[in-house]
Design a protein. Sequence first.
Length: 290
Amino acid sequence: MGFSDRGYYRYDNAYRPGSDWTAVITLIIANVAVWVLNLLANDQFNKMLALNGALPERLWEVWKLVTYGFAHAFQSPWHLAFNMLAIFFFGRAVEQVLGRAEFYRFYFASIVVAGLAWVVSVNFFSGGIPPEKTNLIGASGGVMAVLAVFVWYFPRQEVLIWGVLPVPAWALGILYFVSDLQGAANGGGNVAHVAHLGGAVFGLLYAWRGWSLTGLADVGSRLRQMRRRFKVVRPDDDVHSGPDDEDEVSLQAKVDAILEKISRSGESSLTRDERDTLTRASRRFKGRSR
């Protein structure tokens, strides 16, 4: 699964990236590092990262929906090289449009969507091949998503097929899409055409609908906020507490009356209900000050 038979983007000065460290460069370095580690490990690393077709029966391996996109065939560097060249040529312009953080979110989401599309295909349209006998590696699903967004934003940008034939980006996109459709219809061989199609469709929808994945970055903060809403209550806590929606003005009035009683008769004169009221007020005011 790769771009070994596909053309290259002719870089235009209008898309020249800045001097900052980019997401594209980071992804390329990560992919190359994984390939080198796998080469040194004699392909054992890929076995840990590859996405298996039997994922619905191995939900504990859901993390492989991401890791498979960083694993490439170790027998030859071409699988890796062509995918990384495609990310480099097309990804820089897309990253400038989306921004670095959003590009990361988009790329990882593309890998996941492409992987899910492939899992569905091998479970329902595998032609009798057991899903557990199939594995997916490679970044091509994410690359196709990046290419789809590039074509959407720069449809008339000239690109070179096989480094020779100049065509507009929209024509290149259609050529790739039709090629993958034919490959998927014919069984695909060793190329995961369905993953390519899944990534391309996601990328096209993302650009067409103007989606933003910034909400994914808020998941952690939302979980922390939800956690703060839960409180561990011991059996002896809040037994005599008033209702949760007690009016704050009313509670303050009760506290003022209790404090006045303390000043007159001392703390030992307080009843259990009055002590509970002070405890409840203390918790509420402490929580408000956080």
